[in-house]
Design a protein around this ligand. Structure first.
Ligand code: TRP
Length: 435
């Protein structure tokens, strides 16, 4: 079965695609709020420690499994631990990816809806209560969210079916720089509002007294979610890296862009929220109820830019989820990329519609993936890379056969973190989440 596999054509494409997967709704609607709630700069330090010491090693574990085997999530685990049950663990990741895709696309659909509204006249909200009722009405009319879900999933599918480099890579190379530019424009507008200072203080003033166990668990959970760990996206994208690509390099750059974007999102949102004297919240209500009120008072350009940013951030993430499933269908089931994409699109549309129509289904899918499946997947990847792959294989692929000086220097620490620290940390978060 010597079919040639697609690959990313350049280092820039790899980093943009990985950063695109990492940067998503989590950066916009969770991170800024968490920072404010859990102690500003003090929380940022804890977050960075979690990112570097725990999340990044798991990223490297997934990446090395994908790159060294050049196969989909299932095939990669099978080739590292043949004849064992580990390959079945690949199914956990593939199912998780599919479930995340389904409910994430519902939110993607909302952003399509709000972008269209912002482009047409009459995008104006008096106060959060009125904006909340508009949001409720939109969801009560089943047709509108479903149509937008179809559009969002359709866009995702079109890009994925165009191929790894020509579709995913090219889309990320164009939209990611644009996304940074757009969010910087909003930051600039937001920081110039009267009273913006309070928002900056909210984000940056270090308050070590607010750092408790919950804050640490939140930081860890966020670091996991934002790097898209445990569901095979990093693994699958890494399987499309060319030989000369460097795992340490691409991981560090993606995490860097991801963190910078999260901070930018904070400076775009919080100064504006405080300037208008509105309580900052998190989640859908922040993006679809609070911020429309504020941004619609700044003319029509800012809301359009804002919802276009949300749409791009969500699309580059949903693409990465769809690709996990498509890669498996193509590599293991011998389907064409086009048919695999169509099949997954139809199935995700079915589960996504259920999520769009029932808040219960939506939150069950969210809880199941964020708290159970992602953790299980991350644990499995850490064990497989740290304990099932031989140390020499790991070293060879991590250091590009010993040619990378930086990777060779980082190897002992990263290998130690993957083998011992990350599995323990994952169990600790799982326990913390349940109590
Ligand atoms: N990291 C993205 C965010 O912050 C979401 C995301 C992309 C994701 N791929 C994922 C989450 C896979 C879980 C699993 O919004």
């Amino acid at each position: 079965m010597a079919q040639t596999r697609d690959s990313f054509g350049s280092r820039f494409a790899v980093v943009m695609a990985l950063a695109g997967s990492a940067i998503g709704l989590g950066n916009i609607w969770r991170f800024p709020y968490m920072v404010g709630q859990y102690g500003g700069a003090a929380f940022i330090l804890v977050y960075l420690a979690c990112l570097v010491l725990i999340a990044l090693p798991i990223f490297f574990a997934e990446s090395i499994i994908g790159k060294s085997t050049g196969r989909d999530t299932f095939g990669a685990l099978e080739s590292i631990a043949p004849g064992t049950g580990w390959k079945n663990a690949g199914y956990i990741a593939i199912v998780a990816s599919f479930v995340v895709l389904s409910f994430y696309s519902v939110v993607g659909g909302w952003s399509v809806d709000y972008l269209l509204r912002a482009c047409t006249s009459g995008f104006h909200f008096e106060d959060p209560a009125q904006a909340a009722s508009v949001f409720r009405d939109m969801n009560a009319s089943a047709v509108e969210p479903l149509l937008c879900l179809v559009v969002f999933l359709g866009l995702t599918a079109v890009i994925v079916s165009a191929g790894v480099d020509k579709g995913i890579g090219r889309f990320a190379k164009i939209t990611m720089p644009l996304l940074f530019l757009m969010v910087l424009l909003i930051v600039w507008r937001s920081l110039h509002l009267p009273g913006a200072r309070a928002g900056v203080d909210y984000l940056l003033r270090p308050e070590f007294s607010k750092l408790n166990g919950r804050a640490v668990a939140a930081a860890l959970g966020q670091a996991f979610f934002t790097l898209s760990l445990g569901v095979g996206t990093v693994l699958t994208y890494s399987s499309y890296m060319r030989k000369e690509e460097n795992i340490l390099h691409s991981g560090l750059w993606s995490a860097f862009f991801d963190t910078v974007f999260a901070l930018f999102a904070g400076f775009a949102i919080m100064p504006a929220v405080f300037s208008y004297g509105i309580e900052p919240g998190a989640g859908p209500s922040l993006v679809f109820e609070t911020l429309p009120v504020i941004f619609s008072r700044m003319g029509w350009v800012v809301p359009v830019i804002f919802f276009l940013s949300i749409l791009i951030a969500a699309l580059t993430s949903s693409i990465s989820m769809l690709e996990v499933v498509v890669a498996w269908l193509v590599d293991q089931k011998g389907m064409s990329r086009r048919n695999a994409t169509i099949l997954t699109f139809v199935c995700a549309l079915a589960l996504g519609s259920a999520c769009a129509l029932s808040p219960r289904v939506f939150s069950t899918c969210d809880f199941l993936t964020s708290n159970v499946l992602m953790m299980a997947g991350a644990f499995i990847f850490a064990i497989v890379a740290g304990w099932k792959m031989s140390r020499s294989e790991f070293h060879k692929h991590f250091t590009n056969f010993g040619t990378s000086r930086a990777s060779s220097a980082a190897f002992p620490l990263i290998y130690f973190l993957i083998r011992y620290i990350t599995p323990i940390a994952i169990i600790a978060i799982a326990v913390a989440n349940f109590f």
